[in-house]
Design a protein around this ligand. Structure first.
Ligand code: PLP
Length: 400
């Protein structure tokens, strides 16, 4: 039987997500309804469901409208467009990542994973028998990991390098120059790169004109790379459970497609139709500008809170994505973040995610805040938190 560590963040969310008053732990841009999606779009008929359509398995690898819209997103500003056949549709990025590991990784392989990150990205390869090392990012270096550390981790049997860009939970990005160094290293050692890009393109604090603006791993000229993505986060449509795997290497795509037959067959035709509409030319720009504007507005609100409580809170302000990793301390000493989150839930009704439990022992005072909730939820939740900070914070035990 496969030995899997408990998936801490998902356990935490499963336990509390629907029992809190203000959910500020969620990593999706505030989710939208079909009516809101329709209103955002210039196409007022494209979401209508053909009720006579037979509900077969549909297109096995994913519908052509969806895959071609995705291919266009990966093809802008690059000399070689990505063919739609190089994309496989999955049930969310969670299934996409799982399929990549399941298809490529086994005992005897060594995997290096960017850290901290979503636990799936290191626990699943370990469960498949691989040896896993973590490429650690540190707050002191603005959560940007050091290329020299990565060089020191590569072994003869290193097969896969896993990145998460933009990063959950820190909201940092791997800048373009660092990505290039990573690719040079991967090329030298013949490594496959998996880049989990589910928070792309939620770039709220860095613009495409910035020389360090990170491109997708598929636009960096290295074929031995896979990107995974999803409708859940930057596109605010987690409820349709649509994600994808894309690669410039047809060999990798075919290998994963073979495995996918065993786990997926196909993805819901109805979900694919909504995703294709959301990513169509008439809709996608409006949807993304709604979400990026929401992220900017909410980040400014959260920043005011962090500044107001700067004796107790510190952070590296996030650059992209939907999360901030905030350290709570008393006179520099980290508080117990799980006890802190439990107390905030009980006294203020606000849900955050505890850093040590969900992201590892190295993050005792850290709390992950999913700040791209709707603005009212964030404002009301932070108002409750202010009261908590004044009245109850001093009673939270320090981390041991
Ligand atoms: C880095 C990362 N990858 C993948 C996922 C899974 O997302 P989904 O399956 O909703 O696309 C998440 C969800 O939080 C995530 O943070």
């Amino acid at each position: 039987m496969v030995q899997l560590e408990p998936f801490q963040i998902e356990d935490w969310m499963d336990e509390w997500e629907n029992k809190c008053e203000y959910n500020i732990a969620e990593t999706c841009c505030s989710s939208i309804s079909l009516n809101e999606l329709q209103d955002l779009s210039e196409n007022k008929t494209g979401l209508e469901i053909d009720r006579n359509q037979k509900l077969t398995y549909g297109a096995i690898r994913g519908s052509s409208p969806l895959r071609s819209n995705l291919a266009k997103l990966y093809s802008s500003k690059v000399s070689t467009p990505l063919p739609e056949d190089n994309i496989l549709i999955t049930n969310g990025a969670i299934a996409a990542n799982h399929l990549v590991f399941y298809s490529l990784i086994g005992p005897g392989d060594h995997v290096v994973c960017h850290y901290p990150t979503y636990q799936q990205l290191y626990s699943v390869p370990a469960s498949l028998g691989a040896e896993v090392d973590l490429w650690k990012a540190k707050a002191e270096a603005k959560w940007i990991p050091d290329i020299e550390d990565l060089k020191g981790l590569i072994k003869k049997n290193t097969k896969l390098l896993v990145l998460n860009n933009p990063n959950n939970p820190t909201g940092a990005v791997l800048p373009r120059s660092l990505l290039q160094q990573v690719i040079d290293l991967a090329q030298e050692h013949n490594l496959i790169i998996l880049s989990d890009e589910v928070y792309r393109p939620a770039f709220h604090s860095i613009g495409p004109m910035d020389p360090e603006f990170p491109r997708s791993i598929l636009s960096m000229g290295y074929d031995n790379a896979i990107a995974t993505g999803s409708m859940s986060k930057a596109y605010a449509l987690a409820g349709i459970r649509v994600g994808w795997i894309a690669s410039r290497s047809r060999e990798l795509v075919e290998k994963i497609a073979g495995t996918r037959h065993y786990t997926t067959i196909s993805v819901s035709q109805l979900d694919e139709q909504v995703a294709a509409f959301a990513l169509s030319y008439d809709t996608v720009h409006h949807l993304l500008s709604r979400n990026i504007q929401l992220a900017k507005t909410n980040l400014a609100i959260l920043e005011r809170f962090v500044i107001k409580f700067d004796d107790e809170c510190e952070w590296v302000k996030p650059v992209a994505g939907t999360t901030a990793f905030v350290r709570f301390h008393r006179e520099g000493k980290a508080v117990d973040s799980e006890k802190l989150c439990e107390a905030i839930l009980e006294k203020a009704g606000v849900l955050f995610a505890p850093g040590r439990r969900c992201f590892g022992d190295e993050f005792p005072g850290y709390v992950r805040i999913g700040f791209v909730a709707d603005t009212e939820t964030l404002e009301k939740g932070l108002a409750r938190l202010k009261v908590f900070m004044k009245k109850e914070f001093d009673e939270v035990p320090l981390a041991n």
